[in-house]
Ligand binder design. Structure first.
Ligand code: KIV
Ligand code: NA
Length: 264
């Protein structure tokens, strides 16, 4: 049957069907997530925090990513698979292409994601010209936590909102086929989703984007420490993990998650 394609995800955007995405790091959850109707499995470098117990995503290596991608690929058959390029694995276009190729060949993913704005346009162009689909990531950039001075909402001021907006346009123009917006006001998430042709996925960017993504362990309420305020514990009110994931998918599809009150 093969995996879901970008063509299908683009069509979902055009038809207003919300895309349900969650992070996955292993075969068992990958199987469960796709059975519940999650369209996109993100092998996120959040695994550094939730699986490895690191303080940030910075220590995650390419070998770590390949290992988890392979596990997720073995556990799933139909979902679209997207993987993060870890910190400093895409410092130059050539390095990015080599590492992205590993995630696709050895990890079995269909798309790679990296964090940053217009300065990465050249890298996006380099990869997409060589057949590697790219998901851009704007707003809060966890790999830049030390430059940003902590994990905080981005795009609140007029100038910073405009910059994120322009970056999104530039990266789409460079060839990006998807965008994840993390921790930005719902109003900005809405504007960018309207103006872009590619699917825009919200991670704390409000309810108006084309889809939603959460860190799996946050939405099950089992992360160490306090989950971000835009997240929600879907295990509460259900009895088991499969039902919790089903509840998430259904809330995303029905546009019940996230509520505007949980947004910035
Ligand atoms: O690593 C991750 O889980 C992510 C999502 C939070 C978007 O990048
Ligand atoms: Na990530």
């Amino acid at each position: 049957m093969g995996r879901l394609t970008l063509t299908k995800l683009r069509k979902m955007k055009r038809q207003g069907e919300k895309i349900a995405m969650l992070t996955a790091y292993d075969a068992s959850f990958a199987a469960l997530l796709e059975a519940a109707g999650v369209e996109v499995l993100l092998v996120g470098d959040s695994l550094g925090m939730v699986l490895q117990g690191q303080e940030s995503t910075l220590p995650v290596t390419m070998d770590d990513m390949v290992y988890h991608c392979r596990n997720v690929a073995r556990g799933s058959q139909r979902a679209f698979m997207l993987a993060d390029m870890p910190f400093m694995s895409y410092a130059t276009p050539i390095q990015a292409a080599d590492n992205a190729a590993r995630l696709m060949r050895e990890g079995g993913v269909q798309m790679v994601k990296f964090e940053g704005g217009r300065l990465l346009a050249e890298t996006v162009e380099y990869l997409t010209a060589r057949g590697i689909p790219v998901c851009a990531h704007l707003g809060l950039l966890p790999q830049s936590v030390h430059r940003m001075g902590g994990y905080r909402v981005q795009g609140r001021g007029e100038t910073s909102a405009q910059q994120i907006h322009d970056d999104a346009m530039i990266l789409q123009e460079a060839g990006a086929d998807m965008l994840i917006l993390e921790c930005v006001p719902a109003r900005l998430g809405n504007e960018i989703t309207d103006v872009l042709k590619i699917p825009v996925i919200s991670c704390g960017a409000g309810p108006y984007c084309d889809g939603q993504v959460l860190v799996l362990y946050d939405m099950l309420g089992i992360s160490r420490g306090k989950p971000p305020s835009f997240s929600h514990n879907f295990l509460e009110g259900t009895n088991n993990i499969p039902d919790a994931i089903q509840a998430y998918v259904s809330a995303v599809k029905k546009k019940e998650f996230p509520p505007l009150e949980l947004s910035y």
